[in-house]
Design a protein around this ligand. Structure first.
Ligand code: FES
Ligand SMILES: [Fe+2]
Length: 401
């Protein structure tokens, strides 16, 4: 079925109007179960989407299977310490190769007929391929039948993939963010970010939120500060709506910033800060969405990254990971500060759950047709909607031509 049978072109064109006249994305893009696969192929798959975190694969040879918008994928940390992403299927009969996360000893072995692959995806073994006891065949070229690799890149500890392989190089894609954050992170701040070590197989400085809403509502809510006074009353005491500003740039990024961030303090101890961070800007912090599904936060003494995992059209998992500055920041001395930081973010993100879920339920209503924006305080939401609408318009036009 053509996507435009469910989403009239006019509703997408309305989004492209100036914000005063525009309305938002139509309900079907939140409420219709079939739209998730459409979005995967027409929006998320055409750019760089977040699928996980390199720090979640702690050792060489670690593999982590995931399902991203219905696609079985596997993230692999090779013996060369390079993170690669593959389709998690065997080239023989399409069996799922990896079912559980953990370190692999030697090669990856398919559980069905035991074809084996090394951690770079090369097909290494094909037992009895030519009949019992005959493991190789002359005309069968193993090089052509390895695991199928996707374009991927790791930045800010996030594993990004480009499903269709046609997007611009990742470095080029992310360059505007790095340029914007030059006064805070310089070029070297990224290499200083540290995750806490896991305890057993329990990740630290990490949590997930299961929210009953479409992934886009989590983006929209993250980008704007309009809701602060009512949804985050505690935060609003010192970080008021007027202390925030909105950010939109390079057609791929939007969010908000604050001028009054208080560095984490626990019993007089303070976390180490980025040496690159300009001293007079210590109280500034920025929260940016890398469209489509990665939410970032930077403060002078810690950062966090959130990958939104769209499960269904109305179910999203938010994977949150906190990072601190330099090796000593993850030691015992700063545990109190880290715990306080984690607790504070859990509380703030928890406060948002009710509203994103409420908006999701609201999108079942024929009484809502994309809504009306505040021309001043909803501009990041409109920016994101335009980003998505543009891609849908282009993609439907190219399908039709
Ligand atoms: S399906 Fe993997 S070896 Fe047969
Ligand atoms: Fe919020």
């Amino acid at each position: 079925m053509d996507i435009l049978d469910r989403i009239p072109l006019t509703s997408l064109e309305n989004i492209m109007l100036p914000i005063e006249d525009a309305s938002g994305l139509p309900n079907a893009l939140y409420h219709d179960p079939d739209m998730l696969a459409e979005e995967r192929d027409r929006i998320l798959g055409k750019t760089w989407s977040g699928i996980g975190f390199a720090g979640d694969l702690p050792t060489l040879g670690y593999v982590k299977p995931i399902t991203f918008m219905g696609l079985p994928l596997v993230i692999v940390r090779g013996q060369d310490d390079v993170i690669r992403v593959f389709h998690n299927v065997c080239s023989h009969r399409g069996m799922i190769l990896i079912n559980t996360a953990g370190p692999v000893q030697g090669n990856i072995r398919c559980p069905y007929h035991s074809w084996t692959y090394d951690l770079t995806g090369q097909l290494k073994g094909t037992p009895h391929l030519g009949g019992v006891g005959v493991h190789k065949l002359d005309h069968f070229n193993c090089e052509q039948h390895g695991m199928k690799q996707l374009s991927s890149s790791v930045w800010f500890d996030i594993v990004f993939v480009n499903l269709d392989g046609q997007a611009q190089p990742f470095e080029q894609f992310i360059a505007p963010v790095m340029a914007r954050w030059q006064p805070f992170l310089g070029g070297s701040g990224y290499a200083r970010m540290r995750r806490e070590d896991p305890v057993g197989d329990q990740l630290q400085g990490a949590f997930t939120l299961n929210v009953a809403c479409n992934w886009k509502l989590a983006v929209e809510n993250y980008c704007e500060s309009y809701h602060l006074p009512w949804i985050h009353p505690k935060l609003n005491v010192y970080s008021r709506i007027q202390d925030h500003y909105h950010i939109m740039f390079a057609n791929e990024f939007a969010g908000q910033g604050t001028n009054v961030y208080n560095l984490a303090d626990s019993a007089g101890t303070r976390l180490p800060v980025f040496p690159e961070w300009q001293t007079e800007r210590m109280k500034e912090a920025e929260y940016i969405t890398v469209f489509p599904n990665v939410l970032l936060g930077i403060q002078a003494d810690h950062t966090f990254a959130i990958v939104l995992e769209p499960i269904t059209h109305s179910q999203t998992v938010e994977h949150v990971r906190l990072m601190y500055v330099g090796d000593e920041s993850i030691g015992e001395t700063f545990k109190g500060c880290r715990d306080a930081t984690l607790k504070a973010w859990k509380e703030v993100f928890g406060e948002d759950v009710g509203v994103v879920e409420g908006m999701q339920r609201g999108r079942a209503s024929p009484g809502f047709k994309g809504g009306k924006f505040s021309p001043i305080l909803d501009n990041p939401t409109h920016y994101f909607h335009q980003w998505a609408a543009k891609r849908l318009i282009v993609s439907t036009q190219s399908t039709r031509n």
